[in-house]
Design a protein around this ligand. Structure first.
Ligand code: ADP
Length: 376
């Protein structure tokens, strides 16, 4: 069994250990040499080049992804050649464009923040007027880690984006949403295989800083059974409604009244599921491989009452995380440290630390203390 992963980042890298364990051959189409996933058999090629991707795809049984950026033309060319692409182009189209995502989720009856599309100041001004003078504007494509997301209070706040081709003429425009006064952010991951089996991990709580995931607590603290059930139903409904195969991560806002609104979808393993490597019977990376190969899915139960994951953002100011191992691993033998073999750079996700515990507070304290050894 051979799985081809397009994209050579840390998500592809973290698929390697479960592939080794299961004896699945993993091949990676990386953007360049020396990327995070280059421990696996790696070809270097441009994921926007149909011919290059097709050459890569012919050598594997199924193609999956480390990111959402493979153009639709390339995906459709693969399907036309009989390649198994999971998730498929029609599902991925929804994760590739935030306006399409809002349209499809609304059509499925999924609760989302109130939203619209704007192309000029007067349209943004009208939306601001209807929403208490505050809103969030997002570029529909290519955003990640909060890039392409801006809180606005004035119609002139996104003039630079209105000047881009996306907002001109027949361009898609910009997504505008109400600024949701959420109580906290949650994430629900599920995996679905082509033959229909679906499994969900526990609902988790995520803390974002400057639009970047900083910490995750699994399970979400104080979540009632009702809330967990509602999140699961939402995510399973989306996976089925959009025909997603592989892992689907659903980022959620919990409002003060305990309502759930869907913010974002990712159709691949996701940062909010990294805790599952050390904290669940089956990690999201193993599950993704099982799902895209249409194999029976693994148990998603947690291994401890609580798990906490803390991202290492930026990394040490000089050297790499590896240089801090003697002190960090010595001081925190209970912590599970993950380094993505990436150079330190301010704000960059270079690794994460997971700790288990009897409760969220103790797991979080341990994970934070260990992760602190790797900060600048
Ligand atoms: P990205 O694709 O860059 O991850 P998101 O759409 O997930 O962007 O937004 C990043 C973060 O910005 C969210 O996790 C949340 O903290 C904040 N955010 C996004 N949309 C809204 C909104 N409508 N109301 C309030 N906060 C928001």
């Amino acid at each position: 069994m051979r799985v081809g992963v397009i994209g050579g980042g840390q998500l592809a890298r973290m698929m390697i250990p479960p592939a080794v364990a299961l004896g699945i051959e993993l091949r990676v189409l990386a953007e360049e040499t020396g990327m995070s996933a280059s421990l696996a058999a790696t070809a270097v090629g441009d994921y926007r080049d149909s011919a290059a991707v097709l050459r890569f795809a012919r050598e594997v049984d199924v193609v999956t992804f480390d990111h959402e950026h493979v153009p639709q033309e390339v995906l459709l060319a693969l399907v036309a050649e009989g390649v198994a692409v999971r998730p498929g182009p029609h599902a991925l189209a929804v994760a590739q464009d935030k306006i399409v995502m809002r349209e499809r989720l609304s059509a499925l009856g999924v609760p989302v923040p109130s939203w619209g599309v704007v192309r000029k100041r007067s349209e943004l001004a009208a939306f601001l007027m209807r929403h208490g003078g505050r809103a969030v504007v997002k570029t529909p494509r290519g955003g990640y880690d909060g890039k392409g997301v801006r809180v606005v209070r004035d119609e002139a706040d996104v003039d630079d984006w209105f000047a881009t081709p996306a907002a001109q003429g027949t361009g898609p425009g910009l997504l505008v949403e109400e600024l949701v006064p959420f109580r906290r952010e949650l994430a629900q991951s599920v995996a679905r295989r082509p033959s229909g089996e679906v499994r969900a991990w526990p609902l988790v709580e995520t803390v974002q800083r400057d639009g970047v995931c900083a910490e995750v607590a699994a399970p979400a603290t104080g979540a009632t059974e009702g809330l967990g059930e509602a999140a699961r139903e939402l995510a399973v409904g989306i996976a089925e409604g959009l025909d997603v195969t592989g892992v689907l991560a659903v980022e959620l806002f919990e409002t003060g009244e305990g309502r759930l609104l869907v913010n974002e979808l990712a159709m691949r393993p996701h940062n909010t599921g990294h805790w599952s490597i050390d904290g669940a019977v089956t990690s999201q990376f193993e599950q993704h491989l099982r799902a895209v190969l249409d194999l029976p899915l693994g148990d998603t139960s947690a291994l401890a009452p609580a798990a906490a994951m803390v991202n290492v953002l930026g990394g040490p100011a000089s050297g790499s995380m590896l240089d801090r191992y003697p002190e960090a691993l010595g001081a925190h033998p209970e912590a599970k440290v993950h380094f993505y073999a990436k150079a330190s750079r301010p704000g960059r996700k270079v690794g994460h630390v997971t700790a288990l515990g009897a409760d969220a507070a103790s797991a979080l304290a341990r994970a934070r203390a260990a992760a602190a050894y790797f900060e600048a």
